[in-house]
Design a protein around this ligand. Structure first.
Ligand code: GCB
Length: 597
């Protein structure tokens, strides 16, 4: 009986946590939106006493009630309105010295008025909150979201009022062994409401999502779907691409989903010509707009084919670290700076490591003609045999794909980074790869794997995961963690698979402005020499079809304490965090320019 009650209680908990969560509103272009960016009141709560009582039980009168003393005798031990503020979007670590190393809970509060129009629905949309977010409006819980790098939204139609709304979010960035990522990473655990927050208004029945992309292998047939959310499921949908003369009608089924299928003469998206079309999706009760590019991406043997032609992916890895000011990047300007540097390098490809970056990055990549590898933070030593960890990884994967599936720039979904071999890990990652394919059959699946030596000079790629990937990714640090740069000259590469390889990481640290000879660690000369030997080696790998060296710009990492050199920065950037180019930048630039001749 007791366990039944517990089960029932658990069910209610899970049900309420997700009750009001609808499909991700993947795009709000053309809708009424209200930005909630700016200063939010905040309370730092390391003991979570705004959530638990002194017996460590959830407190029904937690901080989310935003209580105020009504008489002079009332005891209320917190007050948002006289507390400090934090800017949203933005991590808390770089906004306050006291919070620089902080990992724990912070409560955010924003007050707002809203003219709710009749027959409309309202949602609150978060670009991302790292890591666990509990969201409340006007004292009522909307739900919880786990995962620090993907968007989520809750419907607030029945709770929002014309004036005096208060939105309260408890954000907790404590690392956990069973989370994704897990305890150990090599990047800063920036906490907070790190991306844009907005209100989105929709009609009662609205277009909640759509997938409008070329069918795999085709260059003129668009196959996808449109989904409605609301009571009026049965509708005629028209997909228009005026510039290509497309206006096609489709009917939704009983679940509100219409399958889309048409052929069109489209100029294909490519790095040379990143053509985007204005696309509108009209339902009887709603209409949304988007800019969408069309291109095909496939593999044939060891080749990667873009629009049917073999291509080499001249790439670079990027963390979501803000150029110049540091902290989590979030803005369009940040994306333009980072991708502008990638362009200057001669890149046609970027690896957005190690988690989904903010939406500006992929939208700008779409505009600039830069192909994207996008990944989830399944990194190093995940708890492979824990079902909840797998469910969490699957959820982050589905939210990444939900947001970016219409971006032509995205050509690769990557499942994991440098994960140690085991049966449990293989079945976890195989599950993710299958799930990604079921959500999006048009893109290539990859993962950054490791390699090992067979004898002293042969590098072998035979990770059993390779069987489930379209493109092999491989991280190697010959010349940094593995011998000195000259070692690369003697190495030969082999693979068990007839598949293309992207060298997904290589590199070494250099402090900008630190000079010495080619064997002196941390100098620009060491890094430059390392790139020279690496590139000579890469040229000898017959199945190599892309490179994303580590990394475009220095990034913060708690694992890097060396005073005056690292100071908690990973210095493998080709560019410093202040935007200064190191010598190795020009070595890679030369390689990429030669590849285009
Ligand atoms: C790696 C990781 C990356 C680290 C890098 C390094 O293999 O994938 O996240 O930052 O090495 O600098 O050690």
């Amino acid at each position: 009986m007791k366990s039944l009650a517990l089960f029932a209680a658990l069910f209610v908990l899970v049900a309420t946590a997700h009750a009001q969560r609808v499909d991700l509103i993947a795009n709000s272009d053309g809708r009424k939106t209200v930005s909630l960016d700016g200063q939010w009141q905040m309370i730092v709560d390391p003991y979570e006493s705004g959530y638990y009582d002194y017996r460590y039980q959830p407190n029904p009168n937690g901080y989310f009630k935003n209580a105020k003393p009504k008489t002079k005798s009332d005891l209320v031990e917190y007050d948002f309105d006289s507390s400090n503020t934090l800017k949203v979007p933005g991590d808390w670590n770089t906004q306050s010295d006291q919070l620089f190393f902080y990992e724990g809970s912070v409560w955010y509060k924003k007050s707002f008025d809203y003219q709710h129009r009749p027959d409309t629905r309202v949602f609150v949309y978060f670009g991302a909150a790292n890591y666990l977010a509990d969201v409340y409006l006007n004292g009522e819980k909307l739900g919880q979201h786990e995962g620090g790098f993907t968007p989520f939204n809750f419907e607030i139609t029945n709770l929002i009022r014309d004036s005096g709304n208060f939105l309260i979010v408890k954000v907790d960035n404590k690392r956990r062994r069973d989370a994704v990522p897990t305890l150990m990473t090599d990047w800063w655990n920036y906490g907070g409401l790190t991306r844009y927050v907005k209100l989105i208004e929709t009609p009662a029945t609205f277009v909640s999502d759509y997938f409008i992309q070329l069918q795999k292998g085709s260059r003129d047939r668009v196959v996808g779907w449109v989904k409605l959310n609301g009571a009026q499921f049965s509708q005629r949908i028209i997909v228009r691409i005026p510039e290509a003369g497309v206006a096609k009608a489709f009917d939704t089924d009983a679940s509100g989903k219409a399958l889309v299928d048409f052929t069109a003469g489209l100029k294909l998206w490519s790095p040379e010509n990143p053509k985007l079309y204005d696309v509108t999706i009209e339902a009887e009760t709603d209409q949304v707009r988007d800019q969408i590019g069309f291109r095909s991406i496939e593999t044939r043997g060891t080749d990667i084919l873009l629009n049917g032609r073999p291509i080499f992916l001249r790439g670079v890895s990027i963390h979501e670290e803000a150029p110049f000011r540091s902290g989590r990047a979030y803005s369009r300007e940040d994306a333009q700076t980072l991708l502008g540097w990638a362009k200057e390098l001669g890149a046609n490809f970027v690896r957005l490591a190690h988690y989904p970056h903010n939406e500006h990055m992929v939208r700008e990549a779409d505009r600039l003609g830069i192909m994207v590898w996008s990944e989830i933070p399944v990194y190093w030593t995940i708890l492979w045999d824990n079902p909840a960890t797998l469910a969490n990884a699957r959820n982050q994967l589905s939210e990444m794909i939900a947001r970016d599936k219409n971006r032509a720039a995205v050509v690769i979904w990557s499942m994991a980074n440098e994960t140690p071999l085991s049966d449990a890990r293989l079945s976890f990652l195989r599950n993710l790869a299958g799930f990604a394919r079921s959500l999006d059959s048009t893109r290539l699946i990859s993962a950054a794997m490791e390699r090992h030596y067979v004898g002293a000079t042969t590098q072998m790629i035979d990770d059993p995961l390779g069987e489930y990937l379209d493109v092999l990714g491989c991280n190697e640090y010959v010349g940094w963690y593995d011998g000195l740069p000259e070692k690369a000259d003697r190495l030969e590469w082999r693979t068990k698979y007839e598949k293309p390889l992207i060298m997904s990481e290589f590199g070494g640290d250099a402090l900008f402005g630190n000079h010495g000879d080619v064997l002196a660690r941390w100098t620009e000369e060491y890094q430059e020499n390392l790139y020279r030997h690496q590139i000579a080696m890469l040229k000898r790998i017959p199945f190599l079809r892309g490179t994303t060296p580590w990394i475009l710009m220095d990034f913060r990492s708690p694992r890097r304490p060396l005073p005056r050199i690292q100071d908690y920065w990973n210095r493998k950037g080709l560019i410093s965090n202040r935007g200064e180019k190191k010598k190795a930048f020009y070595v890679l630039q030369r390689y990429y320019s030669d590849l285009q001749k």
